[in-house]
Design a binder for this molecule. Structure first.
Ligand code: UD1
Ligand code: MG
Length: 447
């Protein structure tokens, strides 16, 4: 039976260097808070318990976990006295746990499952396993002092001397040990250092002094990116986006300029779909195989079916369902609407809270007037209908199959199947009046 694992995820720090009112671990990458990225990374190894330590703005942080909360143990660190002190808050929950504990940091969201598995494997040979990474820019990371395979100590940047600062093997923060060993070690950490904090990193030297063994295994720098500043957050977003783009390309999605396409953490795009330049995906989007999202479009919470073409310059908002072969053209906004198979909304329209039947054509400039200032109302348009350009559809209104509206109409009542609705003022032509009218205007200007 594989050894059971408890995950302890530290998320109590304020993140002063973010210069933000929002707790650091709630800042999003690809639309998902850092902390949820970290929890998901940890869950991939199927821990039998996951403990999140919140502290700074704990209410907000815990709330941001939403439904996940049910599967987590939430503990609080009232004062943020350091990473070892944070782990100590989780110990009452972990105490009864027989197996290993792995500590993850909420601000280090990209650790891969295979890396955590390698740590578990190294645990069979060492009492304490720390995850490190080699980097050309060690910056303010803690430095790993090693001799051969053995880890001797971790020196925090603030406490490091020049030769220690020159070390390029750095601490990711991830630590694995038997839960009982971790409890003992953390209980012995003091705060006699440059920051006056209880450093989790001190457990290495304490372990060695007690005759336990420690090692550091290395992973790629991209996995252990710790986010402490807005600049690091932006760099992490770029790294995540690059990863998404590579996975999309590998899955058979065509992108003309992948570096300009921005995905949400949950975007799903089918094989042979085409995503043109400068497309932005918000959360909750599925693009089926063979659909095409043309340049400069923005899409969120929508389902786009096979063969549909969206954009250029389209805005697809939450609750949109585009059936097969739909055409949505430039400067069209669609919200909470179902557009039937083969229907077209090609130019300059707003379609909101609406259902549009198969093969219906919506003329340029059509607007569903769905909001009366207090409530939203629905528009229903049947199959094979033809909506003339610049029709205002004042909902709630229903337009039947094969019905038509005349251009420029303001439709306030239902239109029966097969009828033409004309709702605009009659045209008058007055011969020769144009010149006379202009002369009157010019004479007024002179006076
Ligand atoms: C820490 C490590 C450093 C490592 C780096 C990797 C220590 C002492 N230092 O430094 O060796 O290279 O991470 O990113 O561990 N937290 C709490 N309670 C606290 C303090 C922190 O929950 O009292 C949480 C934070 O929310 C954060 C994580 O612990 O998620 C790390 O804290 P942070 O202050 O970012 O530590 P670093 O200075 O980055
Ligand atoms: Mg950090």
């Amino acid at each position: 039976m594989p050894m059971s694992t408890a995950l302890i995820i530290l998320a109590a720090g304020q993140g002063t260097r973010m210069n933000s009112d929002l707790p650091k671990v709630m800042h999003p990458i690809a639309g998902l808070p850092l902390l949820i990225h970290a929890i998901q990374a940890g869950r991939s190894i199927e821990p039998d318990m996951t403990i999140v330590v919140a502290g700074h703005d704990a209410d907000l942080v815990e709330e941001s976990l939403g439904d996940l909360t049910r599967k987590l143990h939430l503990v609080r660190q009232m004062d943020q006295l350091g990473t070892a002190h944070a782990v100590a808050q989780a110990l009452p929950v972990v105490k009864a746990h027989r197996g290993d504990s792995i500590v993850l940091y909420g601000d280090t969201p990209f650790i891969k499952p295979e890396t955590l598995l390698r740590m578990k494997e190294a645990r069979s040979r060492f009492d304490l396993v720390v995850l490190g990474f080699k980097t050309a820019n060690p910056g303010r990371y803690g430095r790993l002092v090693t001799v051969g395979d053995e880890l001797k100590s971790i020196v925090e940047y603030k406490d490091a001397n020049e030769s220690e600062k020159a070390i390029t093997f750095c601490n990711s923060g991830v630590v694995a040990a038997a839960s009982s060993v971790l409890s003992d070690l953390v209980g012995s950490v003091d705060n006699k250092n440059a920051s006056g904090e209880y450093y989790l990193t001190d457990i290495v030297e304490i372990a060695i002094s007690r005759g336990l063994s420690a090692t550091a295994i290395a992973c790629d720098e991209s996995e252990t990116m710790g986010i402490n500043t807005r600049e690091e957050l932006a760099a992490a977003e770029t790294a995540f986006q690059n990863g998404m783009r590579s996975r999309m390309l590998a899955n058979g999605v065509s992108m003309t300029a992948p570096e300009t396409v921005h995905f949400s953490h949950d975007t799903v795009v089918g094989r042979d779909a085409v995503i043109e330049q400068f497309v932005v995906f918000g959360p909750g989007v599925t693009v089926e195989t063979g659909a095409r999202i043309r340049a400069f479009s923005h899409v969120e919470e929508a389902h786009i079916s096979c063969g549909a073409v969206v954009g250029p310059y389209a805005r697809i908002r939450p609750g949109t369902e585009l059936a097969e072969d739909v055409r949505i053209g430039n400067f069209v906004e669609v919200k909470n609407a179902l557009v039937g198979k083969g229907a077209k909304v090609n130019h300059l329209s707003y379609i909101g809270d609406a259902g549009i039947g198969e093969k219906t054509n919506i003329g340029a400039g059509t607007i569903t007037c769905n909001f009366d200032g207090v409530m939203k109302h629905r528009t229903s348009i049947g199959k094979n209908a033809f909506i003339g350009s610049n029709t205002m559809i004042v909902s709630p209104v229903s337009i039947g199959d094969e019905a038509m509206t005349a251009s420029g109409s303001v439709i306030v009542r239902d239109v029966p199947e097969g009828a033409i609705a004309i709702a605009r003022s009659e045209q008058m032509n007055r011969s020769g009046l144009a010149g006379k009218f202009l002369n009157v205007l010019k004479s007024r200007k002179k006076n």
